[in-house]
Design a protein around this ligand. Structure first.
Ligand code: HEC
Length: 127
């Protein structure tokens, strides 16, 4: 029987080790990052004396144990600092994919998407 409305996805156990973004998406994210984020967070994501780094132990210190949804919302609602929420949702997701790639999480076959609630189920842990 065909259901008119698809059932809500069961809570997944997908983690960042499962390849939640695609390499193509991270490449797009790299472009967007260079254009809109690197002036403060540096091309290599290590930050500078005014802006926190977005990779490695500094990143994990802040984000380990929190969800990907929280990170996504935080970026979208506060960055770029001079004009928050100025990019498209797709661009923010691309940049998030790039940040994941640069932190050593593996790419997979599909783009990271902002399916309702889904990013909230992914807990950030060390790669
Ligand atoms: C004009 C400088 C500037 C630009 C451009 C900028 N940021 Fe930031 N960013 C900051 C500063 C300063 C902070 C720390 C204060 C804060 O959290 O608001 C920060 C904090 C962050 C944090 C939280 C870091 C943490 O670990 O607590 C993330 C993630 C982030 N920025 C991502 C981005 C992304 C992605 C972009 C591009 C879309 C971007 N930023 C553009 C200056 C900037």
């Amino acid at each position: 029987m065909l259901a008119a409305v698809s059932t809500a996805p069961v809570a997944t156990t997908a983690g960042l080790g499962d390849g939640l973004y695609s390499a193509e998406q991270a490449a797009r994210g790299a472009e967007a990052y260079r254009a809109t984020c690197s002036s403060c967070h540096a091309l290599d994501l290590h930050g500078n004396s005014n802006s926190p780094g977005l990779r490695g132990i500094g990143f994990l210190f802040i984000w380990e144990g929190r969800s990907l949804g929280e990170l996504y919302t935080s970026i979208r609602t506060t960055m770029p600092q001079e004009s928050p929420n100025s990019l498209t949702q797709g661009q923010y997701l691309d940049i998030l994919a790039y940040i994941l790639e640069q932190n050593g999480y593996p790419a997979g076959g599909a783009d990271l998407a902002n399916a309702p609630g889904e990013l909230d189920t992914v807990v950030i842990s060390a790669p």
